[in-house]
Design a protein around this ligand. Structure first.
Ligand code: ZN
Length: 345
């Protein structure tokens, strides 16, 4: 089958790949419809590695996908051919200690699409475990369903923050993950969000998504803006979604006493963690790595209309334009948030 293959750093090919995939009793075969391009895909393309994960052999990219069920295994009961679905890209060992503890996203044996050496989903079909394949509500499009993957990260972060009704939250970074984190926090009960970035077009878009105040930190101080919005008390929750080391080092500044911080972004270098800044506020600090069983709730929020990701889907490319799409995503214009590759019309 034709697939988008990362041969090595900075070399992509749309070329035939031999994949021998049989549908086991608990599997489904899915015809891929839409695949979102993630920052991690672009990072592998440009740098060939993310932390300990190194591309050593050609690897198919893509992990944010929706599609149509083509074939189901003998033991599959909740899906049938023709069903519209989206897929959770990380498959843990069901018998692992992490899985039994309910933290399967942390299973060291997890096989995650487009994380070396596991092939991703930028190809016509995939075989996937049915328990990690979710039916899409009728009023949710394939494009929106391919956004469930990044949205799941934002929802996991909102869960970790233990959002309470009326919280004021800060989101640092207005990229796709920052945007979906803001939406997840609002859906979870936050009364308002202050979102920080340096790209004005992204901030302008964020401001249209709900009670979200944009702060351009290239010309405005974040703490001052949060103080103005909270009578000087600070934000109940601060989400770090920029992955910028300097921004990450300053997370405790806009936080209220007793507040919560969630680190989502992964800075390329170690950050200057402000222990004293955290101590004097008794900050509760959380970290996230992907998500665990968030898809059904993400789809439910899309179905009910409480979360609308459509404004975040800014650019679409055909499968034939995949390499062009990745070059576009590598030099993403400030107005763009999420680019997707559409494999079928
Ligand atoms: Zn992703």
């Amino acid at each position: 089958m034709l697939a988008l293959v990362l041969e090595k750093t900075k070399q992509l090919n749309l070329r035939p790949v031999e994949l021998d995939e049989t549908v086991g009793d608990h599997d489904v075969r899915i015809r891929i419809h839409t695949v979102g391009i993630c920052g991690s895909d672009v990072h592998y393309y440009q740098h060939g590695r993310i932390g300990p994960f190194v591309v050593k052999e050609p690897m198919i990219l893509g992990h944010e996908a929706s599609g149509i069920v083509e074939e189901v295994g003998a033991a599959v009961t909740h899906l049938k051919p023709g069903d519209r679905v989206c897929m959770e890209p990380g498959i843990p060992d069901p018998n692992s200690r992490a899985t039994r503890l309910g933290i399967y996203n942390l299973d060291p044996q997890v096989r995650f699409w487009a994380t070396p050496p596991i092939h991703g989903c930028l190809r016509p079909t995939v075989v996937h475990p049915a328990p990690f394949t979710f039916k899409i509500p009728d009023n949710v499009s394939f494009a929106e369903a391919a956004m469930v993957e990044p949205l799941a990260v934002g929802m996991h972060a909102a869960n970790k923050a233990a959002i309470r009704p009326g919280d004021v939250a800060v989101v640092i970074g207005a990229g796709p993950i920052g945007m979906v984190t803001a939406l997840a926090a609002l859906a979870g009960g936050a009364s308002s969000i202050v979102i920080a970035d340096v790209q004005q077009p992204k901030l302008d878009l964020a401001a249209t998504l709900g009670p979200i105040t944009p702060v351009n930190v290239s010309r405005q101080n974040l703490k001052d803006a949060v103080d103005a919005a909270t009578d000087g008390w600070g934000a109940d929750v601060v989400f770090e979604a920029s992955g910028n080391a300097r921004a990450a080092a300053a997370v405790f500044e806009p936080l209220c006493p007793g507040g919560r911080v969630v680190f989502i972004g992964m800075p390329n270098e170690p950050i200057a963690y402000d222990v004293v800044g955290a101590s004097v506020k008794e900050a509760r600090v959380e970290h996230v790595f992907r998500y665990a069983h968030v898809y059904p709730r993400a789809l439910a929020l899309m179905h009910s209309g409480k979360i609308d990701v459509k404004p975040l889907i800014t650019d679409a490319f055909s499968f034939e334009e995949s390499i062009e799409a990745f070059d576009f995503a590598t030099h993403m214009p400030a107005r763009s948030v999420k680019a997707q590759i559409v494999l079928q019309q």
